[in-house]
Design a protein around this ligand. Structure first.
Ligand code: FAD
Ligand code: MG
Length: 312
């Protein structure tokens, strides 16, 4: 899946973008992070190029597709030696590790070797799956801080960090610091800011079974994130069966619950992104337990039987 630039456009549709706003916004679109990104600023830093420079800078730290990124260097040194990384990478991996623990591995920051074997767009052999399952233990991700230098070490050769389920939310939140009123959309990871209760942002949640732009509900928020994980945007089909990109580290297969999509709405983008991936794997019942630990967050599931379930 990583080799093909499969654009997934906007999972979520910003409905109120041009409504009742006196200020003329500045907008920009581009491809980054393997997806389609758009930025609209009503008030704040209107130098859109700077936003994309920042996205590209973060991508050069976190991407597994860039050989020199922090994450690629850590992965190459797995089982060999610890790698010095930027403070930003260290802290994002550290947060990813804590989410891995809180979600009992449903979000797994060390899932890279399993992602790799499903990336070829064909069902891997049992032997490949078993081998990969032996290389995703997030307890073997060792973080050390020595003399103000940040290091990450993966204990076993073949282990791979993967920030694909968390980094877009982190980057969207960080870009949001530059705006007073506006919207950041990184392939469906939405961050909005600068409205009040009289005129909130209205963000439509895509109906996973309908055309793009068909939404089943509207979230009204003044500031915060709306992040969706779904099985309907990135997948391949083999022998009539759909295999999507969100993997269950307890089985080695794409998560096979009854969930079509889950959106997480809350104040921190990194948390919303990581939790959306985890909740997709966990399903409604387990999510209701874990969500209790995240005050100020809510989630909306769409299930295979067309039911929607909101938890908060
Ligand atoms: P999410 O649910 O947020 O995340 C799913 C992704 O997380 C999977 O694709 C996998 O990478 C990982 N994952 C799967 N299962 C789990 C799990 N159980 N726990 C934790 N993580 C899991 N795509 C390209 O096609 N080309 C590129 O060059 C490219 N570069 C990228 C660079 C960066 C820095 C990032 C963050 C992503 C990049 N992508 C690239 C990936 C692409 O944008 C992903 O599809 C996206 O990150 C997945 O996001 P999502 O919102 O669909 O799903
Ligand atoms: Mg995610």
């Amino acid at each position: 899946m990583k080799t093909k630039y499969r654009l997934f456009f906007l999972v979520l549709i910003v409905i109120s973008l041009f409504i009742s706003c006196k200020v003329q916004p500045i907008s920009g679109n581009g491809i980054a992070l393997g997806t389609s990104c758009s930025i609209t600023v009503y008030r704040g830093d209107k130098d859109i190029d700077e936003y994309f420079n920042e996205i590209n800078r973060e991508e050069r730290l976190f991407s597994r597709n860039i050989d020199t990124s922090d994450i690629s260097r850590v992965n190459k040194n797995a089982g060999i030696k610890k790698t010095e990384v930027s403070e930003e990478t260290y802290k994002l991996v550290e947060y990813g590790l804590s989410l891995s623990r809180i979600t009992d591995g449903a979000f797994n920051v060390a899932i890279g070797s399993l992602v790799d074997i499903w990336d070829d767009e064909k069902v891997p052999s049992d032997a490949e799956i078993q081998k990969a399952l032996g290389l995703i233990d997030y307890n073997k991700v060792i973080l050390t801080l020595e003399d103000m230098k940040y290091y990450i070490y993966l204990e076993d050769k073949g282990m791979q960090l993967d920030l694909g389920g968390i980094a877009k939310g982190y980057i969207a939140q960080k870009l949001g610091e530059r705006i007073e009123e506006g919207i950041i959309n990184l392939g469906g990871n939405i961050y909005v800011k600068g409205r009040d209760d009289d005129n909130p942002w209205k963000i439509g949640l895509q109906d996973p079974e309908k055309d793009r732009g068909d939404y089943f509900s509207i979230e009204r928020i003044c500031e915060g994130n709306v992040v969706t994980s779904g099985s309907y945007e990135r997948y391949f089909i083999q022998d009539g069966i759909v295999y999507h990109h969100i993997l269950d580290g307890s089985t080695g297969w794409p998560a096979r619950g009854n969930v079509l999509s889950v959106s997480v709405i809350g104040p921190d983008g990194t948390t919303c992104d990581g939790l959306s991936t985890a909740f997709f794997v966990m399903g409604v019942e387990k999510t209701s337990e874990v969500l209790k630990r995240f005050s100020g967050y809510k989630c909306v599931f769409v299930l295979e039987n067309h039911e929607t379930v909101t938890l908060q």
